[in-house]
Every structure is written in C-alpha cells, then in structure tokens.
Design a protein around this ligand. Structure first.
Ligand code: NAP
Length: 407
C-alpha cells in the first residue's frame, strides 16, 4: 500500500489538513499530526492547502504493516522507506506522484466544502512561500511593540514590528509568518511554530523599509476559560525593541488581495482576525493617498468593546469615501450584543450589491465560530435581494473570490 504520512520535522501544526480532510483521517495530539491509514482515501484534498508541504509524505508499506497512529505520534522524524520484497506499484520516495495538474487539486479542494482552499484572485501578486524553515529561520529585530487595547481592557493586544535588515523576507497582505519561541516544552523539545497574519502592506509597515507588523493578543486562558499562558503570544508581547526573533515562512498562496483597478474588498473579521484586513486596508489607503482609487472597501469588524478593538482610533479616522466601516461590539455594558453577522444583515442590501459585482472579493478572518453566522447572514442578505448564496458561494470559491481563515 501507499501510506500517507505527515513529516513531523516540517509540520507547523496549523491544523489545515485536519480541517480539510473529508473523512476525518487526520488527527493530532500535543506533538504530532498523524494520518489513519485505515481511513485515508488518498483524495489529495489536504495536499494543496498545507503551507509547508509536510503533508506530501508517502511510504510504500506491506498492507498489513502500515504505521499505526500510536507510532506516528511518537516520531520526531519520518522513518526512511523500508525495503519491500516485491516492488510496490508506485515508485518509492517521499512525495506523491503529481496529479494531472495542480489546478485539479485546487478545484477538488474548492468544492470540498468549508475546508476547501480557493485559488488566489486572478490579479494577485505572486507570493513567495516557505523561504525559511525551522532549521534555517530568518532572524528579525524588534523595532516596535505597541499596546493597541485600552489600559482597562480585558485583553492585551499588541502591534509588533519586526525588521529583517538585509534578509530577504518578501510578504504579501494576507500571508502568515511563523514564530519560533525560544526554550523547550514539557517533553524537552523545541516549541512548535505559531502562525500570525502579517498586518502590514507588502512595502513594509513603514513604506520602503524591510519590516512588517503583527497583531498579537496575549493568551492567558484556554478555550474553556482556564488559566493558560500562550507560549508564543506571551513571548511576543513581552519583546523589547532590539530583541531578536526567529521567523519562518512566509506562508499562504490563496488568501491574497486582488490588484486590478476597480476590485472591491468585502472584509469581515473578529478580534485579532483584523490583522490581514489591516494589511489590505493600509495597502489600499496608500494607493488612495497617492490618488489611485482602486475600488470599494467595506469592513465588518467585531470586538468586545471599543477599548478592545485593535486599530480603533486609526480606523475611525479613515475617510468615508475610502472605506465603509461597520463595528459590532458584544460586551458594552447596557447595550445588546452585536456580532458581525448582525451588521451584515442590517447592511444586507449593500452587501448584496457588492456580491453581485464580479470584481468583489470576500475575506473572512477570526474566530471559527463566526463562520456559520456569517454564512447564514450571507444567505439571508442574498435571498432578500434576489441572489442565491448557495449558488454564488461555490462560484466565488472557484474564482478565488471567497477566502476564509478562522481558528
Ligand atoms: P475575541 O476578542 O474573543 O472576540 C472578538 C469578537 O468576536 C467579540 O465581540 C466576540 O463576542 C465575537 N464573537 C464570539 N463568537 C462569535 C461568533 N460565533 N460569531 C461572531 N462573533 C463572535 O477574539 P480574539 O480573541 O481576538 O480572537 C480572534 C481570532 O482570530 C483567534 O481565533 C485568532 O486565532 C484568529 N486570528 C488571529 C490572527 C493574528 O494574526 N493574530 C490572524 C488570523 C486569525 P463575545 O463577547 O461573545 O465573545
């Protein structure tokens, strides 16, 4: 048999493969992502979305001797190809034979449902990806660490600027980078890479400087609300100007912005999911300031309160003719909870007008839980305005016009 595996040395544990797999063959523990040979149908849906290529690992095995999950969970490196008595049908090696072409892979993934990866917009700039790995990280210097949230806010969100000096680290809006926090985990192993979206435009946080910014929330509790210190987020939030940081990536070849004149951006985000929206908005703001009017921008931004909203001040100062901003706050005393999906419903007519335009590109980033609410709001807004979201959605995905990044 041809056994599908994941290379633990390269994997950055971003969960994309587990989310994409249509038969739940991929799972993980605190160390490794693994593939259940009994469930994997070799559909390849997980291959193209993987940012590092760790997923593209294969071994020819006797059918009754496939590596079990318990063994894969203990690996630090992939085992070599074992000698087989009879040659397997497909040649031995690390990577799967190429599918007829990559477009088919993307098309298969796009139509797979929620977990699919859309191709990039046709006019997106070509991204660089995987320039630096965990064995050869780029070293960046912290050139700024600014608190974005109010002093009395319940969360500490920071705008961190990293300078790459003479190292080549080109990024586009919508891409992510990986941070290697120093030190060892409870098993005595280096910490896993943690991914953050780039919050600055391609020409730098400061134009024409070789730097970029991140939006980082200090994690002090887990999903159940129990006290837990996030390794990378606390490391990043505590950095001082001049500190050195090991960075891998960049990653991401799909969640990218269009570049053609007249292309509209419909952006929906919660909390620090605002990072890529800030990058795209700032890219367009610089063009707008230079007299180029590239298309419409509409932003739906959900946060607990104004004090917890990253970039609140600067956003409110942007001219109305440049961007249509809609804030939704969920924890303002005495006011009802408002989520981004509520705002989308309220602005249903304008949202549908944008969706009807072939030049509109939709971006969704933030909490996983918002996905369903936003999809439902799109369904309603479309229905009320003579559109069919269930027909439009796959079309948008196929055309690289619907991009979702939620955790
Ligand atoms: P948060 O402050 O906990 O929440 C932001 C807002 O979203 C709050 O108003 C919250 O309301 C609301 N919300 C909660 N559940 C919702 C739902 N089902 N539908 C719509 N809105 C909902 O957010 P956060 O802690 O910043 O989390 C942001 C997420 O973005 C994280 O999952 C992070 O991993 C991800 N992200 C971060 C980056 C980055 O570069 N830092 C990049 C991409 C994605 P309540 O008051 O009800 O909680």
């Amino acid at each position: 048999m041809r056994q599908h595996l994941i290379d633990p040395e390269i994997c950055i544990r971003c969960n994309t493969c587990e989310e994409t797999c249509p038969v739940d063959a991929i799972s993980h523990d605190s160390r490794n992502y693994v593939v259940d040979a009994a469930k994997c149908k070799l559909c390849y849906n997980c291959i193209s979305p993987c940012p590092t290529g760790a997923i593209d690992s294969w071994r020819n095995m006797p059918a009754d001797k496939a590596y079990p999950l318990a063994e894969q969970l203990l690996w630090d490196t992939l085992p070599g190809q074992i000698a087989l008595d009879a040659p397997a049908e497909v040649g031995a090696g690390d990577t799967a034979p190429e599918l007829p072409d990559d477009v088919e892979r993307i098309a298969a993934a796009s139509t797979a449902g929620q977990g699919g990866t859309a191709p990039p917009p046709w006019s997106a700039a070509h991204p660089y990806a995987n320039l630096y790995g965990i064995h050869n990280p780029a070293v960046a210097t912290v050139s700024g660490n600014f608190k974005l949230t109010a002093e009395d806010a319940s969360s500490d969100i920071r705008h961190i600027v990293l300078d790459f000096g003479n190292a080549s680290f080109p990024v586009l809006e919508g891409q992510t980078i990986g941070i290697l926090a120093p030190g060892l985990d409870a098993h005595g192993k280096p910490h896993h890479v943690r991914l953050y979206s780039v919050a600055s435009p391609r020409d730098g946080e400061r134009p024409r400087y070789n730097n970029l910014s991140l939006t980082v929330k200090r994690v002090t509790e887990d999903h159940e609300g129990k006290a837990a210190q996030g390794i990378a987020s606390n490391y990043l939030c505590d950095l001082k100007k001049g500190d050195k940081v090991n960075v891998v990536g960049p990653y991401g070849t799909s969640f990218l912005m269009p570049n053609h004149p007249g292309s509209n951006l419909l952006m929906i985000c919660t909390g620090t999911g605002s990072a890529p929206m800030r990058a795209m908005t700032e890219r367009r703001r610089r063009k707008f300031a230079a007299g180029e009017n590239a298309g419409k921008l509409m932003l739906f931004f959900g946060a607990r309160s104004p004090g917890e909203l990253p970039y609140f001040g600067p956003l409110t100062k942007l001219p109305k003719e440049f961007i249509d901003i809609n804030f939704g706050f969920s924890r303002v005393p005495g006011e009802p909870k408002r989520y981004v999906q509520d705002l989308l419903r309220e602005r249903g007519g304008d949202v549908a007008r944008l969706l009807r335009d072939d030049n509109t590109y939709v971006y969704l980033c933030g909490l996983k839980g918002m996905e369903k609410g936003v999809e439902d709001a799109f369904t309603e807004a479309c229905r009320a305005n003579g559109l069919d979201w269930s027909a439009l959605r796959p079309q948008l995905l196929q055309q690289g016009r619907y991009h979702v990044e939620t955790y």
